[in-house]
Ligand binder design. Structure first.
Ligand code: GLN
Length: 243
């Protein structure tokens, strides 16, 4: 049986709103392709070898946990940056997405340094951006999720897509997330992957391709997933009509 390995960074600190479900979705859909997904939890980064990872995942967390996690991940910043540049597939959620950038300014004006892997920044406000989100994406089709963040993120990279319901990166430019090489960053919790099989398959397929193992069948029966997604889209549309 073919195998892929996911490095799950800081699961002890970054796991808001069932972000762990993303790992379960990766496992489930890998299994349907006869691929065994190994998960390595990494809470301390000393002596890790990122070349053993086929995918990496970082969940979301509060400002405090995010800041602790950043300090730990700063130790492998150079390794992580070059792996991302080399096309390592990764998914980073909310706080985990924010600290890939240069800095995060708290609502009190305190500046928390990010990993500065990509050139973007986040400014937080006390008023939180919370609720369901629907995005139209050229790569993934319609994406749904749930957001709850004070941070407003600004950048010029490609995004996951255009927000048709909810707030996204900053509540002003109607963009959500980041898509850089094989890295996906997003504000969407929920967790996002079980709700959006297209994103799950994207990560797995990119990892399989990179490792030179087959990803077959490419398409599987997604009737239940599509129906569940439609419920959320309909709910958002209904709420939109009310406002
Ligand atoms: N602390 C960040 C914010 O509120 C991230 C929160 C999260 O990961 N949900 O913007």
């Amino acid at each position: 049986m073919h195998e892929l390995t996911v490095f799950h960074f800081m699961p002890d600190k970054l796991n808001l709103y069932s972000d762990i479900g993303n790992i379960m979705a990766l496992k489930y859909r890998a299994k349907q392709r006869n691929i065994k997904l190994n998960v390595v939890d990494i809470n301390e980064t000393d002596n890790i070898d990122l070349s053993k990872a086929d995918i990496f995942f970082i969940g979301g967390g509060s400002d405090r946990e995010q800041s602790l996690a950043t300090k730990e991940l700063a130790k492998i910043k150079t390794q992580l940056k070059s792996a991302i540049e080399d096309g390592l597939p990764g998914l980073t959620i909310c706080g985990g997405y924010q600290f890939l950038g240069e800095k995060y300014t708290t609502p009190d004006g305190e500046v928390l340094e990010g990993l500065n892997i990509l050139d973007f920044y986040t400014e937080s406000q006390t008023e939180r951006l919370t609720g369901d989100v629907v995005i139209e994406s050229d790569t993934f089709g319609t994406i749904v999720g749930f957001e709850n963040h004070g941070g407003r993120t600004y950048h010029k990279f490609d995004t996951l897509g255009h927000v048709t319901y909810g707030y996204g990166n900053n509540a002003t430019d109607q963009k959500e997330g980041i898509h850089y090489k094989n890295l996906l960053g997003t504000y969407l919790h929920g967790p996002v992957l079980p709700k959006n099989h297209e994103m799950t398959d994207y990560l797995l397929e990119a990892a399989a391709k990179r490792k030179g193992i087959p990803f077959e069948p490419k398409h599987i029966d997604n009737t239940a997933e599509e129906q569940a997604k439609q419920v959320l889209i309909d709910r958002a549309r209904k709420n939109q009509q009310k406002t």
